[in-house]
Design a protein. Structure first.
Length: 278
């Protein structure tokens, strides 16, 4: 049985019980159990091949489980798949955007496919929400990885789904793009959307999730808030050490300085280095 700490008491918007799935002789899920509270961010954390994407595919009705039950927004994924699909949106590991179209055109297209009124107004609202207004008229082929991912998430919100699945949303993105996506995900939760995201990045789960479940060996081995998970370890010893800057510290210090002061900030740093050598 997994270690479940402080499970939410309200009726969960996602409930998974005893989920099992095998691919021929490979048993990927061996009895997965977890609940997700409405309006929360739930991170399913695990290494490559742990079965995270398999769980998402089952919950989004793209794959049938061999055993166990799962429900989303009160609908059983096996017996009420159409109702589940009406309640959810899925963003896969790679941005599903049309590079020939502009960002605005992508959003308008999806709104029209969903037969929604005022597709242009919907597109403009989402462009503003995800800080893409200035790039709205540009072809998506000119977008950075982070911009494409933000547009992909914005497209997923058309129709106001109550639950959104994000399968490794920052996979392959650079550090700044990852932070941009994190901010977008936090914004979703602030507006009441329930988010289930899968990730293999520990810092991503730490930054985003209200609850974290670790999937390992086909089972959830622990499930709780970050604070609760930390309590599973022995008390920390206080030690005084000299903290050296990490590469991430250096990267954002330089990029931030360049953004504020322009190229001279980097040039000054280079000059200082040269003078130090002389």
């Amino acid at each position: 049985m997994p270690t479940a700490i402080g499970q939410p008491q309200q009726a969960p918007v996602i409930r998974v019980q005893g989920l099992r799935k095998s691919y021929k002789d490979l048993e990927v899920l061996r009895g997965v159990d977890f609940d997700v509270a409405r309006g929360s961010i739930f991170a399913l954390l695990g290494s490559n091949g742990a079965g995270k994407t398999t769980v998402v595919k089952i919950l989004s009705t793209l794959l049938k489980a061999d055993a166990g039950t799962a429900s989303v927004n009160g609908f059983d994924v096996a017996t009420q798949p159409a109702d589940v699909r009406e309640s959810i949106s899925l963003t896969g590991q790679f941005a599903a955007v049309d590079e020939i179209l502009s960002g605005r055109e992508n959003l308008v297209l999806v709104a029209r496919l969903r037969h929604l009124k005022a597709p242009a107004a919907i597109a403009d609202e989402l462009l503003d929400k995800f800080s893409l207004t200035e790039a709205a008229a540009r072809k998506v082929s000119t977008y950075s990885g982070g911009m494409r991912r933000r547009l992909d998430i914005a497209m997923s919100l058309i129709g106001n789904p109550q639950v959104i699945f994000l399968d490794e949303p920052t996979n392959g993105l650079d550090p700044q793009a990852r932070i941009d996506v994190w901010q977008a995900v936090k914004e979703l939760a602030r507006h009441g959307t329930t988010v289930l995201l899968t990730t293999q990045y520990l810092d991503e789960a730490e930054q985003l999730a209200d609850r974290i479940a670790i999937l390992h060996g086909g089972r959830i081995i622990v499930n709780g808030t970050l604070a609760e998970l930390k309590q599973l370890l022995p008390p920390a010893r206080i030690e005084y050490v000299e903290k050296q800057p990490t590469l991430e510290d250096v990267f954002f210090a330089i990029v931030g300085a360049e953004d504020k002061a322009g190229a001279p900030a980097v040039a000054a740093a280079s000059t200082g280095t040269s003078e130090g050598r002389r």
